[in-house]
Design a protein around this ligand. Structure first.
Ligand SMILES: [Fe+2]
Length: 264
């Protein structure tokens, strides 16, 4: 499996505090079957600054240490870039990183609202041949209250990533409901952990995929996994499986009842 959003680099943000945290996270990832992790330290969020050259240097060093420690996982470069006024200029100055050197970039909105410039920024990134992936929209209050506003951002050319912990109830019932509702609506393209620490916020990626398989079917798991792989391969995302709506569920239950009745 591939995890495109993690805070595994040590001492750069509120993720791994030191090399031992990083090592614990890498071992936990391997035990879940994760082979590639994209390191996405917070950047330009008002608290943390992790410019491209620093992330590249740290990632190289961590990969060398993981090889020495015999942990079979590859860490790739990335950033979780907070949407800010200087974003496009910062890209041109070479301070920003895409995910795993692809054309996909992970962007984060404030948790309370959608910035007024969001549509414009999505358009500008597209003009620059970049594909914005919006980090955890299910945790954005404006989207929780008005999910159709995420659809507007997707229609403008963005993609969206839901967090494993949101799907599994780690941020409470409301976020859990928002996460599943957005996923079932078709506005989510990728699942990742946003892992910070093995105890506080681990990966839970295989657990989340198991839950998606139970609730939405294997074809959705396959779609989401292929999209995570597409980021690393710099390929296009897959066509989406059929949307699971509540009415489909009712129809599906009726058909299976009817088929059972005919057999009896
Ligand atoms: Fe994050």
């Amino acid at each position: 499996m591939i995890d495109i959003h993690t805070h595994i680099l040590p001492q750069v943000d509120d993720g791994a505090a030191n090399w031992y945290d990083t090592l614990d996270m890498a071992r936990a990832a391997v035990s879940e079957g994760i082979t590639t992790i994209i390191a996405t330290p917070h950047h330009a969020n008002g608290t943390y600054t992790n410019a491209a050259n620093e992330v590249i240097k740290h990632t190289r060093s961590i990969n060398e240490q993981l090889i020495d420690a015999g942990v079979p996982v590859t860490v790739r470069t990335g950033q979780e870039i907070r949407v800010h006024d200087d974003l496009l200029d910062a890209w041109h100055r070479g301070e920003l990183l895409s995910l795993a050197e692809s054309s996909y970039v992970l962007i984060e909105m404030p948790s309370s609202r959608i910035p007024k410039t969001m549509i414009e920024i999505i358009h500008e990134l597209k003009v620059m041949n970049l594909k914005p992936i919006i980090a955890h929209p299910e945790r954005n209050l404006e989207i929780v209250q008005h999910p159709e506003r995420l659809t507007e951002l997707i229609d403008a050319g963005a993609f969206a990533q839901v967090t494993t912990h949101s799907l599994l109830g780690g941020f409470g019932k409301r976020i859990e409901q928002s996460a599943w509702s957005l996923l079932k609506s078709g506005d989510i393209h990728i699942v990742s952990s946003d892992a910070h620490h093995i105890v506080r916020r681990g990966f839970r990626l295989s657990e989340a995929y198991d839950s998606i398989e139970r609730r939405m079917g294997e074809q959705w798991v396959s779609y989401l996994k292929m999209n995570a792989q597409a980021v690393v391969l710099n390929a296009l995302f897959q066509d989406q499986p059929t949307i699971v709506s509540s009415s489909d569920g009712i129809v599906g239950r009726f058909i299976s009842y009817f088929q059972r009745s005919k057999k009896d």
